[in-house]
Design a binder for this molecule. Structure first.
Ligand code: HEM
Length: 136
């Protein structure tokens, strides 16, 4: 299997671990102020990232593409920026980072839509010519 799905899953697991530790900290301190930031870290960092990883595991041609690698880094950067930005917005330290993170989240999903469309079933012949599947 191409390394990209593993990279998505491994990064998703790390984000999940961080999100869960954050959840335990919120529970222990009875301070749920940053719950929306925790929720976004877990959902975008673990659930969405793992769904992307599953797609790339099922679509090796897509996983071998350059845009898929860019997608991985864009999504990873967004998951670091957005929850931090939400936490800053909630605590009154400004909304700029949350806005940048939100736009990056939309860009990541648009990129995923493009990849799914580009490597859709039936588009194989054109893709074979453009990017032959590398040997396992
Ligand atoms: C060790 C694991 C976890 C702990 C201890 C934990 C703890 C918490 C706590 C204390 C809250 C605040 C609840 C409230 O104020 O009503 C919360 C909210 C939330 N958590 Fe977790 N959580 C954990 C894992 C997860 C995971 C894995 C996900 C998603 C995949 C998740 C998604 C959410 C969401 C969406 C919210 C609501 C955020 C909001 O109110 O805006 N959590 N969690």
């Amino acid at each position: 299997m191409n390394a990209l799905p593993t990279r998505f899953f491994a990064t998703a697991a790390l984000f999940a671990l961080a999100g869960m530790i954050w959840g335990v900290q919120m529970s222990a301190t009875h301070d749920h102020t940053l719950a929306p930031a925790h929720g976004h870290l877990n959902l975008l960092g673990f659930v969405v990232m793992a769904v992307f990883g599953a797609y790339y595991a099922l679509a090796p041609r897509a996983a071998a593409s350059r845009i898929a690698r860019v997608h991985f880094w864009l999504h990873t950067a967004m998951v670091i920026i957005l929850p931090f930005g939400i936490a800053r917005a909630i605590t009154g330290q400004g909304e700029a980072l949350a806005q940048i993170g939100s736009l990056a989240a939309i860009a990541s999903m648009l990129m995923f839509i493009y990849v799914v469309w580009r490597y859709r079933a039936g588009a194989g012949e054109q893709i074979d010519k453009a990017a032959p599947l590398p040997a396992e």
